[in-house]
Design a protein around this ligand. Structure first.
Ligand code: PLP
Length: 384
């Protein structure tokens, strides 16, 4: 064992592969459902973080709903056992077949991002003689202070409806017969660790609710999206995110009307710490001023460092040797195929097993076959 890893067993498995710690996943889900349950809040899992079928079924067993951003995700969620009445569906560009799938399976709600989309949902629903439940995805213009690629709540962003257009959208909605406004939806970004960003969101939602109230509109559902961050620097110090203080922020600052239900769409915070990407050292190469550790996993297996300059803690599970500094890189023919610069690792040699930690979210699901590589394999702690 090194950390929580059964190293000897893992060293015998062909790399690269994702390793999922299922007990940690269950424990995380236990905490989130307990903390949300205190206030009767509803949690949906953002399937896009990780759609691995085993992970989906464990999440589904815990009574959590699903948040989907494509028809493919709706299918994956239904197949894993999520009931349609707990599925919400968001996305700026929903195709007709995807809208039809949502209507045919009677999902809980469409999170709608524009007037043209409202029109199409109305039209598809009228063909089927149905009323589509919709929530308007509003852009609250709250800065989540996170990486600009994962900030979504600012004005100049492709997501959501700008607040200055809200009145017009409401006027338009009242003329549509086959959609029903059931909620308001927000999502300000991802990997947010500053609770003040969520507090700002609450304050903004309170203001918006006042505006709607003046028009005698009270929606049934407020959906505040996801975005709670995790501790990438030190995954063992805080394997389970601060769900308690997260939900408390909403309880303290968000004014819900009587009977209004609060919904969340958490992705990363539910699955991130339960996954690691396991890879072996192919070569240790001497550069001019540094040493490179070349591993058999690359950006095709875990793209976050290349795509968002994301940090993943890297550990050598096979060595207890003195700590040295290395650049850890993959085999892909791209300079951005680098997992970390000046990484402190126990002295490393060919064949050592390396763990890239906190890879349970936006890892396996983003893998590609670039360079004609195989998709990474998967192993679960339960089976080892
Ligand atoms: C990505 C996304 C989420 C989940 O975000 P996390 O940061 O993984 O919690 C929730 N809602 C919507 C609309 C999203 O696009």
């Amino acid at each position: 064992m090194k950390g929580n890893f059964p190293v000897t067993a893992l060293e015998n498995i062909e790399t690269p592969f994702y390793y999922y710690n299922i007990p940690l996943l269950r424990e995380t889900l236990g905490v989130v459902t307990h903390e949300a349950g205190k206030y009767n809040y509803h949690v949906h899992y953002a399937v896009k973080a990780n759609a691995n079928s085993r992970i989906l079924s464990v999440i589904c067993e815990n009574g959590i709903g699903a948040d989907c951003v494509s028809g493919g995700e709706i299918k994956a969620a239904l197949k894993a056992g999520f009931s349609a009445d707990k599925i919400v569906y968001a996305g700026v560009g929903k195709s007709d077949w995807e809208i039809d799938l949502g209507l045919d399976t009677d999902i809980f709600c469409f999170n709608v991002e524009s007037i043209p989309e409202l029109n199409v949902i109305n039209e598809r629903a009228s063909i089927k003689n149905k009323i589509a439940p919709v929530a308007l995805r509003l852009n609250p213009n709250v800065d989540a202070h996170t990486h600009h690629y994962i900030t979504t709540g600012l004005n100049e962003n492709k997501f959501g409806i700008n607040l200055i257009h809200l009145e017009g959208v409401l006027d338009h909605l009242s003329g549509l017969k086959n959609v029903k406004l059931v909620g308001l939806h927000f999502h300000i970004g991802s990997q947010i660790t500053d609770m003040d960003a969520f507090k700002s969101l609450c304050v903004r939602i309170n203001e918006i609710q006042e505006t709607l109230y003046r028009r005698h509109i009270i929606v049934d559902i407020i959906n505040v999206g996801g975005g709670l961050g995790v501790d990438y620097e030190n995954p063992d110090r805080q394997p389970i995110p601060e769900f308690k203080s997260y939900f408390e922020v909403f309880y303290r600052h968000l004014k819900l009307r009587p009977k209004q239900q609060l919904h969340f769409e958490l992705g990363r915070s539910l699955v991130c710490q339960c996954g690691s990407l396991m890879t072996k050292v192919l070569y240790v190469k001497e550069g001019v001023n540094k040493k490179f550790v070349i591993v058999d996993a690359g950006m095709t297996d875990l793209i976050r460092p290349a795509l968002y300059q994301a940090y993943h803690k890297i550990e050598n599970l096979s060595s207890e040797g003195p700590v040295r500094e290395y650049d850890v890189v993959g085999p892909i023919c791209e300079s951005s195929d680098c997992f970390g610069k000046c990484v402190s690792l126990n002295e490393t040699k060919r064949g050592d097993l390396i763990a890239l930690r906190s890879a349970g979210a936006y890892g396996e699901i983003m893998a590609s076959r670039y360079n004609c590589r195989e998709l990474p394999k998967v192993r679960y702690s339960d089976d080892i």
